[in-house]
Design a binder for this molecule. Structure first.
Ligand code: G6P
Length: 367
C-alpha cells in the first residue's frame, strides 16, 4: 500500500510523532504475556557466557549501538567492543571464540554492515541482528534476529528506527544481564517498569514540539552547533549533531562533555549554540560544571533536562526544555525526541528538502 504523510508536512515529522506507538509495539514484542518481564526469543546460543559482544553498524544505527555498549556494560556487566562497520571489516580484528557479533540496521541492506557480518561469520562468531526489515540480507545471514517494529521509515534521516532499536537493545541488555546473573531481580523489575513507561513519556515529550520550533529559529542562524552529553547521553550528542547536519546542512559536532576542555571549548562564543542533553542522575554534577565552563566563556546553552536538573542548572541556560523525570537507563530513548525535533524545525526554517537531503540515501547498498 502507498504510505502517505497524513496530516504531516513531511514523512520525518510523521515518523517522529509515530514513536510512542512504535516503541510500544516493539516493546510488547519483547515482554512476556503478562507484560511485565522482558522475554527474548529462543536463540541458538547462550547469552549467559559470551566472552565479548562486538557491536557494529553505520550512521544512526551505530549510535544506537553505542548506547547499547553503555547499557550492556552497566546493566549486564558484559564486555563489549564497538566499531563502525566500514572500519571493523577491514581492520581485521581478532574476535574471541564463542563471541557474539551484534549488527544494527534499519534497512538490513547496508553494504558495510553486511560486509562486517560476513567477516564475523568467517571468524567463528555467533551473529545477532537488530533490523527493521525482516526480509533483508542482514536478517537472512544472521543466526538470530531481533526485529524493530518501526514500520516503513521513509525520511532519509532515521528517527523511529533509532528509538525502536534502542528499545530492543534495552531489552537485550536486561536479557543478557539475567542470563549472566549480573542483574538482581529488583533492579530488573525497576528497569523493566521504566521501559514500560517510555511510550507514554514519549507522548509527553512530543508536546514540546512548539518550543523546539521556537529554539530552532535561533539554531537556524548558527554556522556551527555543539552537542554535549556524558555516559549514555554521549551517543545522543553524536546523534543530535548527525541529525542536524544531515537535514539542515549546519555544521554540528557531538562531544563527550568531559572532553570539551581538550578542544571544542576553544570554539565557544555567543554564536555557537551548545545543546546539552543532561537528565538528572549520577553524572549530573559533572555536566553542570561543563555547562558553567561554557557560560563563563560567553557560550549560550540549550538545556534538555528534567525538573530537578532545571532547578539546579536552568539559570545557566538560554533555553530550557523540561523532559519527564525517568530512570537514567531509559533517558536516551526519550532525549532522542527533542534532538530530532530541533533538527527537523531547523531544516524547515532553512528550507531544505527534509525527507530527501542532498547527497544522502536512505539505504547505502554500495561501499
Ligand atoms: C544511511 C541513512 C542513515 C542510516 C544509515 C544506516 O546513511 O541515511 O539514516 O542511519 O544509512 O542505515 P541502516 O539501514 O543500516 O540502519
Amino acid at each position: 500500500a502507498m504510505i502517505g504523510k497524513g496530516e504531516y508536512r513531511h514523512f520525518m515529522l510523521k515518523e517522529i510523532f509515530e514513536q510512542p506507538a512504535v516503541i510500544g509495539d516493539t516493546l510488547h514484542a519483547f515482554l512476556n504475556p503478562l507484560g511485565r518481564k522482558v522475554t527474548l526469543p529462543e536463540l541458538s546460543f547462550d547469552l549467559g557466557n559470551l566472552p565479548r559482544v562486538t557491536i557494529t553498524a553505520c550512521g544512526t544505527a551505530f549510535y544506537a549501538g553505542m548506547v547499547a555498549k553503555y547499557w550492556l556494560e552497566q546493566v549486564a556487566r558484559q564486555p563489549v567492543e564497538l566499531d563502525i562497520a566500514s572500519e571493523l571489516r577491514y581492520r581485521e580484528p581478532p574476535l574471541p571464540e564463542g563471541g557474539l557479533s551484534l549488527f544494527i540496521s534499519q534497512s538490513g541492506e547496508t553494504a558495510d554492515t553486511l560486509g562486517a557480518l560476513q567477516y564475523a561469520r568467517d571468524h567463528g562468531q555467533r551473529t545477532l541482528s537488530v533490523v527493521n526489515a525482516a526480509e533483508s540480507s542482514i536478517a537472512r545471514d544472521s543466526d538470530g534476529v531481533l526485529q524493530t517494529l518501526a514500520g516503513p521509515e521513509i525520511g532519509v534521516a532515521s528517527t523511529k528506527a533509532f528509538t525502536t532499536q534502542l528499545t530492543v537493545l534495552a531489552c537485550l541488555a536486561i536479557g543478557i544481564g539475567r542470563a549472566r546473573g549480573t542483574i538482581d531481580p529488583a533492579r530488573e523489575a525497576a528497569l523493566t517498569e521504566a521501559l514500560i513507561e517510555v511510550p507514554s513519556r514519549a507522548s509527553e515529550v512530543l508536546n514540546h514540539d512548539g518550543k523546539m520550533r521556537e529554539i530552532a529559529n535561533w539554531v537556524a542562524e548558527a554556522r556551527d552547533v555543539l552537542y554535549l552529553g556524558r555516559g549514555n547521553m554521549y551517543p545522543l550528542a553524536l546523534e543530535g549533531a548527525l541529525k542536524l547536519k544531515e537535514i539542515s546542512y549546519i555544521h554540528a559536532e557531538g562531544y563527550a562533555a568531559g572532553e570539551m576542555k581538550h578542544g571544542p571549548i576553544a570554539l565557544i562564543d555567543e554564536n555557537v549554540p551548545v545543546v546539552v542533553c543532561a537528565p538528572s542522575g549520577p553524572l549530573f554534577d559533572k555536566i553542570a560544571s561543563n555547562v558553567q565552563e561554557t557560560n563563563a566563556r560567553g557560550g549560550r546553552v540549550i538545556l534538555f533536562s528534567d525538573k530537578a536538573g532545571l532547578e539546579r542548572l536552568g539559570d545557566e541556560a538560554a533555553y530550557t526544555v523540561e523532559l519527564p523525570e525517568v530512570d537514567p537507563f531509559v533517558a536516551p530513548i526519550l532525549y532522542a525526541i527533542p534532538v530530532q525535533l530541533l533538527a527537523y524545525h531547523t531544516a524547515v526554517i532553512k528550507g531544505t528538502d527534509v525527507d530527501q537531503p542532498r547527497n544522502l540515501a536512505k539505504s547505502v547498498t554500495v561501499e
